[in-house]
Design a protein around this ligand. Structure first.
Ligand code: HEC
Length: 177
């Protein structure tokens, strides 16, 4: 491989000048593994895992980066239940982060994906709490996505009336003839 040969050569030259490369980083990993937190409460979206302010930020993210192709009702009620309920907040965070926005997946700051989660919880009438949902994988994994009664969610549908989806853009479950 040209590149490797060349960079080894360059590294050699740099070595001669006395510059140390980052060869010590491997030894930094030899320490004790982090002690697993014992008393992580396994949270639930029914317990208030986001704040209203965060959901408001999430709504702005949705309008800026998602509304072009999705309407909020894509993520409400039954749609929310079938797409996200039963998994963890981490599953939800990652599935969105990895794939969306479709034109540039993963392009938003992680904080904005967390804010989107807060927004989706809010439009499903899940309770807000006193702390925001964060971006730490372990914390996200400790939160189970659970839903209130689907009918109650429908009755309390929030936000503006959904735009009529244009053909080909709305993509719920596949239509089975
Ligand atoms: C350019 C259009 C476009 C944008 C912008 C976009 N999406 Fe999507 N999204 C799609 C398409 C198309 C699919 C279906 C892809 C598939 O099924 O493989 C999809 C699928 C999804 C899904 C999977 C579940 C479902 O609804 O079928 C989620 C969740 C989702 N998008 C969330 C988002 C969020 C959140 C944003 C904003 C950050 C966003 N999308 C931005 C086009 C888009």
């Amino acid at each position: 491989m040209h590149l490797h040969t060349r960079s080894a050569f360059v590294a050699g030259l740099i070595g001669i000048t006395g510059l140390t490369m980052s060869v010590t980083s491997a030894s930094a990993q030899g320490g004790d593994p982090p002690v697993p937190a014992v008393a992580v409460s396994s949270g639930s979206t029914l317990l208030g895992v986001y704040t209203d302010l965060q959901a408001t930020r999430g709504e702005a993210v949705f309008q800026k980066s998602c509304l072009e192709c999705h309407v909020p009702s894509d993520y409400q009620g039954d749609a929310f239940n079938s797409k996200f309920v039963g998994g963890t907040a981490f599953d939800m965070f990652e599935s969105i982060r990895i794939a969306m926005p479709q034109s540039d997946p993963g392009s938003l700051p992680r904080q904005q994906y967390a804010d989107l989660l807060a927004y989706f919880f809010k439009i499903n009438a899940l309770p807000a709490g006193t702390s925001e949902i964060g971006i730490e994988p372990d914390a996200l994994k400790s939160i189970k996505v659970e839903a209130k009664d689907t009918l109650a969610v429908r009755a309390g549908r929030m936000g503006r009336p959904a735009k009529t989806p244009r053909n080909g853009i709305h993509h719920g479950s596949p239509h089975i003839r």
